[in-house]
Design a protein around this ligand. Structure first.
Ligand SMILES: *Cc1c(COP(=O)(O)O)cnc(C)c1O
Length: 340
């Protein structure tokens, strides 16, 4: 659209013309359709309002170097949303219908997908919530699934400049809790900690495992990857972190395209002192380099420094974004083209 300044987009909601809606009632999802109505009217006692019965996903559509419209691995978001739904006693949204909803939403808002070369993309937000009245604690019986999209610039202001984060004393996820699903409830309770981090000058919180406070988990909304001094990619293994599509894709890129050794295992905070590079990965930011980790009065300064992304993270970033923007051929099935 002519009135959008593609190069200076932030990460915020910009209303686009069409969104997808499907409703669940009497045991099944309807066929779903696109609508222009971006508001939701609900009973005041709706399950989502009273007991936070809501889950979401996040993925992007890109305009490629040769002008195609593509999405990146939407099938993984569909599958993950099924897992989230199960954990919050919501009816799984059919995976094929999920992918179709994504493609329809992109196609209907194609003018809002930023042009190639601007560094921006089209962020898609699928979500689902309980709509009928509950008062005693119980799952809702009626649900709505929606997908809207919005043009988005890079998630972290200042682009790929290394960030400072801090080790927080707050917990994100309990053992056997809900840390592995993408639910609003995990974010509601992280707001206090992130506000506090921002006030103290840090971009994000590093959460440790809440059982032993020994192992690195993730930040509020992104997984960690580390590069060791001998060039291995290591990433935390934990049942209480969200299985990031971006992290899983970077692991594959590292192992099968860049020929690196990749390890998914417990990583103690102590070990982080010996890492060469650290990055945060998630759809919104792809890979944000971390230059400094503040831990209770002491700093871990990554050798990659505060000026630019370390060389290995840069190579991973260039390869993955190269696949997303169509400059590099990706593994089979990673790119789903939106036919216009
Ligand atoms: C969404 C999310 C991520 C990143 O996942 P991607 O699939 O790569 O976008 C990481 N951690 C948390 C807690 C998340 O909610």
């Amino acid at each position: 659209m002519e009135n959008i300044d593609w190069k200076n987009l932030g990460f915020g909601y910009i209303k686009t013309p069409k969104r997808y809606v499907s409703n669940y009632k009497d045991g099944s999802w309807d066929t779903g359709c696109l609508t222009e109505d971006g508001t939701v009217a609900l009973c005041e006692s709706a399950g989502v309002l009273q007991y936070a019965q809501t889950i979401f996903e996040g993925l992007k559509a890109y305009r490629t170097v040769d002008g195609r419209l593509v999405t990146f691995r939407p099938d993984l978001n569909a599958a993950r949303m099924v897992e989230s739904a199960r954990r919050l006693v919501m009816p799984p949204f059919p995976e094929q219908q999920f992918v179709d909803a994504i493609l329809q939403t992109v196609r209907a808002n194609a003018d809002y997908v930023p042009p190639y070369g601007t560094g921006a993309s089209f962020y898609l937000r699928p979500f689902m919530f309980g709509t009928d009245a509950v008062l005693g604690v119980a799952p809702a019986t009626e649900f709505q699934f929606r997908v809207f999209g919005t043009p988005a610039g890079p998630y972290f202001r200042g682009g790929a400049k290394p960030i400072s984060i801090r080790v927080t004393d707050y917990d994100r996820a309990a053992p056997h809790g809900t840390g592995h699903i993408k639910a609003g409830l995990n974010y509601a309770m992280s707001l206090y900690a992130i506000e506090e981090a921002h006030k103290l000058g840090f971009t994000e919180n590093l959460y440790l495992d809440s059982a032993t406070r020994t192992y690195v988990e993730e930040t509020g909304g992104a997984n960690f990857i580390f590069i060791t001094k001998d060039g291995k990619l290591v990433t935390p293994k934990s049942d209480t972190i969200l299985p990031s599509v971006c992290r899983r894709s970077l692991m594959h890129v590292a192992a099968y395209i860049l020929g690196m050794e990749v390890e998914e295992r417990h990583i103690t905070l102590d070990e982080v002192r010996d890492m060469a590079e650290c990055g945060l990965c998630g759809t919104a930011a792809v890979l944000s380099p971390v230059g400094r980790i503040h831990d209770h009065g002491k700093d871990i300064l990554l050798p990659s420094g505060m000026e630019k992304m370390g060389p290995v993270c840069q190579e991973l970033y260039d390869t993955l974004t190269g696949i997303q923007y169509g400059r590099i051929e990706g593994p089979e099935g990673w790119i789903r083209e939106v036919e216009l």
